[in-house]
Design a protein around this ligand. Sequence first.
Ligand code: MN
Length: 265
Amino acid sequence: MPDDRGHQPPFPSPDIFNAPPSWRCIDFISDLHLHDELPRTTQALASYLASTPADAVLMLGDIFEAWVGDDMRSQAYEASCVRFLANAGQRLHLGMMVGNRDFLLGQDMLNACHAHRLTDPTVLHAFGHDVLLIHGDELCLADADYLRFRQQVRNPTWQTAFLSHPLDARLSQARQMRAASQTRQQAQTPETWADVDEAAAAQWMREAATPTLIHGHTHRPADESFGIEGGMRHVLSDWDLDHGHPRAEVLRLSAKGFERIPLIP
Ligand code: MN
């Protein structure tokens, strides 16, 4: 295919997740981008987690704006997040997939939150639905610069070297990267960010035998025909209650199907 997109990534071996028959509903959220300058967004997540009737909350990545290693959970803001995440994790099944922001979130943090790792990709079987769950960044094939960065930072050798630096040094590097990323984003809007490549997604949906795809990352919520014949995708909303255009939304799956629940009036 002579275009400017990268090669289609092969379908990684997915985890299979069979929802227990006793479950009645599963919530999906993503792209909270939590950090200490988002008090309303953080409070909204804590309130939602404390009150959702769902048997499981599956978080599809970018829960945190930055995650430089699980020792970060000792910082005051992150420690406050651990408290409400752990309360939820003890009350319901809390699944965490990493995104492009918080890809270093590891087993120590999952344990602290009583959470379960959600592999990217995961095939979910629930209430008669077969659903492919991904964060979405790996299939934004038009974003070649990011995909090169991704290949570098998902390498275990790179991660071991990065994590060997003191926490202060890692936090300071994350601040610099965030400032650079904000400068880049000022030239862009969510409308111009790369989208999940439909042909590549279709290939993954075929290999997973799932007519339904759920992803986050692009911050462009939608429920639409996608990928394969009869295929659908549900794109999750990002959350931000601290700036203009407040938004926070849950995608809920039950035997009745999919439903979007806005958390703000
Ligand atoms: Mn993302």
